[in-house]
Design a protein around this ligand. Structure first.
Ligand code: TYM
Length: 516
């Protein structure tokens, strides 16, 4: 190959878009080609029908991110919805790599959407903070990453997650036997050649990086969290909201899921919230003018937007009036699509700005007016996140019962199934049977081995026992309770028959004795 040709190819390559968990850059035209990504990665696009089904089964209007196609791609989200329509729950899993003191607005996108999913579907959530990942990839000490994980967790909590159903953990502190077991099983299924193909590792990658993907893959399996979901790998399906840059981790996870005995995690994936200076740029902590951070003041927000937001508007007022703005590249317009909730107002702005009736200065002012209160409210909520509040999310001992209650229906159904199989129907003691079931599963032992202070086995059993004894059926669990009641009634009938027989026998004997 001639040097010229090699150089040309190199140039072409440079212009190709790159989307990996660590690098995102636009193609030659300064844009990310999302259709191309969907094809390359092999995921599916979210269509209207799926959104309608989500609205119907949750009885909730779709989040603007969903309605506006910002969360645009998925893997088996339809299957999660189908199962949910039949009454099956799932859990949500998302995360953050703590590499900076605070989050930028792009990071809020998956967390705000996850909060909506959590509320709409009423399901539990786990949030992974990959302090280990950032230690391995960035020029940071592990202690720094741990501190940043805690700082970032405050911003995540400020997004409003329900402490009763949300568990946040940082890898370097949480690692426990059940987590490690999953990691090892996943790691054994992936060769170095496959990892190179998926993640682009080279001979220069440190071996910590090469070994990291199973750490982000493992939380896709519920038995990583025995204090929440028990030790059954198939107890629940998992749905992962994230931007599409995280897809490679979960492509790998889905490839190995069946081999390690779990369900493939489902994904719902977003476009990128563009950098302030345009889609081709990067939001980087080293360039504070490239992004708006959740710590920015009102003054900083205004100044950054006015000075640095890339505009698709005309260069002069006359040109803008004549030609209108190019909405495809205009950052204030794109940002409003993420954060202006009012659909009607957004439509109107698009029409006026696109036609030239509205000027660049005006749309920038609208954006300032939308973002300033949003960021200020975030800051107010964050100020309330004390160490005690954080503890509610990190420490699973505080409210384990609430996690368990979420699965009451599931547990009861499973319990009835098991009880039938174990043919203990002559026992009228449901709690005793349940205890046996837990012991058979080895759940008690495993649970105690967990490092994060999961509830003690006895407490755990007590909690379950109490729950099983509760008379009031929760909505949707009636059929399961009916079954349990049937079993109990059958046992009582049998006992009554036995007693009647015994009484009859005794009466007969007494009569015979008398006759004698
Ligand atoms: P991180 O810290 O790079 O990003 C955190 C989350 O934010 C998303 N994201 C964005 N979304 C929209 N627009 C942007 N400009 C933008 N930049 C980042 C990311 O996709 C991610 O969802 N390795 C991960 C942490 C992680 C994780 C997970 C993420 C661990 N487990 C499970 C998602 C799901 C990371 O470093 O994310």
């Amino acid at each position: 190959m001639t040097t010229e040709r090699a150089e040309e190819e190199e140039e072409e390559k440079d212009e190709e878009q790159v989307v990996t968990p660590w690098d995102v850059s636009a193609g030659a035209d300064g844009k990310i080609d999302y259709q191309k990504l969907v094809k390359e990665f092999g995921c599916a696009e979210i269509d209207e029908r799926l959104i309608e089904r989500i609205e119907k089964c949750t009885n909730t209007k779709a989040h603007p991110f969903l309605r506006r196609g910002l969360f645009f791609a998925h893997r088996e989200l339809d299957e999660i919805v189908t199962a949910y329509e039949k009454g099956e729950k799932f859990y949500l899993y998302t995360g953050r790599g703590p590499s900076s003191e605070s989050l930028h607005l792009g990071h809020l996108v998956p967390f705000q959407f996850t909060k909506w999913l959590q509320d709409a579907f009423k399901v539990p959530l786990v949030i992974q903070l990959t302090d280990d990942e950032k230690f391995l990839w960035k020029d940071l000490q592990l202690e720094d990453c741990r501190r940043l994980a805690k700082e970032n967790a405050k911003d995540i909590v400020a997004c409003g997650f329900n402490p009763e159903t949300t568990f946040i953990f940082a890898d370097a502190s949480y690692m426990c036997p059940s987590f490690y077991t999953n990691m090892m099983k996943i790691a054994k299924c992936v060769t170095f050649n496959q990892a190179k193909g998926i993640f682009g590792f080279t001979g220069d990658s440190n071996i910590g990086q090469i070994g990291f993907p199973p750490v982000q893959a493992a939380p896709s399996f519920p038995d990583c969290f025995p204090h929440m979901f028990g030790m059954n790998k198939k107890s629940l399906k998992c749905l992962i909201p994230c931007a599409i840059d995280q897809d490679p981790y979960f492509r790998m996870t889905r490839d190995v899921a069946h081999r390690i005995g779990g369900y493939k995690p489902a994904l719902v994936e977003s476009r990128f919230f563009p950098a302030l200076k345009g889609e081709s740029g990067k939001m980087s902590a080293s360039d504070p003018t490239s992004a708006i951070y959740v710590t920015d003041t009102a003054k900083e927000i205004k100044s950054k937007i006015n000075k640095h937001a890339f505009s698709g508007g005309g260069a002069t007022v006359e040109e803008q009036r004549e030609k209108g703005a190019n909405l495809d590249v205009d950052v204030p317009w794109k940002w409003l699509n993420f954060f202006l909730e009012d659909d009607e107002k957004l439509k109107e702005i698009g029409e006026k700005y696109g036609s030239g009736e509205m000027l660049t200065g005006e749309i920038k002012q609208i954006l300032v007016d939308v973002l300033t209160p949003m960021v200020e409210q975030h800051q107010k909520r964050r100020a309330l996140v004390t160490d005690e509040v954080l503890d509610l999310y990190f420490n699973s001992q505080k409210k384990p019962k609430v996690f368990l209650d979420l699965f009451r229906e599931y547990e009861e159904r499973e319990f009835c199934k098991w009880e039938k199989k174990a043919s203990t129907s002559d026992s009228d003691d449901l709690c005793k049977a349940l205890e046996q079931k837990l012991q058979l599963e080895g759940a008690t032992e495993n649970e105690e081995g967990c490092a994060i202070g999961a509830p003690k086995s006895e407490d755990w059993l007590k909690i379950r026992k109490a729950r099983m004894q509760k008379d009031a059926p929760t909505e949707g669990s009636k059929s399961a309770l009916k079954k349990a009641a049937k079993i109990k009634a059958a046992a009582e009938k049998k006992a009554a028959e036995k007693a009647a027989k015994a009484a009859a026998k005794a009466a007969k004997e007494a009569a015979a004795n008398e006759a004698a």
